[in-house]
Ligand binder design. Sequence first.
Ligand SMILES: [Zn+2]
Length: 215
Amino acid sequence: MLTRPLLVVGIHQEEREFGEQVARRLRSGQIDVLCIPEGIPQNKRPGEASFYHRLRHREIYLQLRQQVLRRYGLILDLHAGINETGRCADVYCRDVSLLSRLDDLELSELRTVHITAENRLTPPALEKASVHRGHITHAVAHTIIPEEVWNSRDFLYVGLEVYVTQAGEGTQDDWFFTCTLVDLILRCGDGEITEASRDEVNRALEGAQKNSQVD
Ligand SMILES: [Zn+2]
């Protein structure tokens, strides 16, 4: 399997500016970036049947799949949401070993989410999310992203949803926080994370937290 990673920003049009700001701050050469110029709306339009909302998701993700196939081994799909009580993030993936490596870091700002198919029984071990020192692990989610994407044999799909306190393009600290997570996910994908990394990552994330309190 190819391991070359790609960061995708702007699948949801409202989140593109945030993603572009993050993309500008990533270490050069670390990851390729694909910015979707015309993403789809984040939410269902008022009165719209959820069928159409799902269909639009299906179409845009299948297009993305065509573009990345045989070129990339890891697709990191960046999203942004709101959490008024503080910055945090969810990482969605089918690969339990990548999620477990993230879990080992015990970051309270990070929740790992195991994607499973709607029609498949959830393995008993993953039935319940567990909380350890504020870190929630292995929540289980179904997704409207097509299975050809999140369960592709050709690449590993990783969804990263960063929750910030205000809508819009985000702040310096939000971008820094997200860059740190992108770096972390890439290193977990490569199996590069060690015990020493935990302190390093915690320091980086605490730094982002502290700076934002000063603002
Ligand atoms: Zn989104």
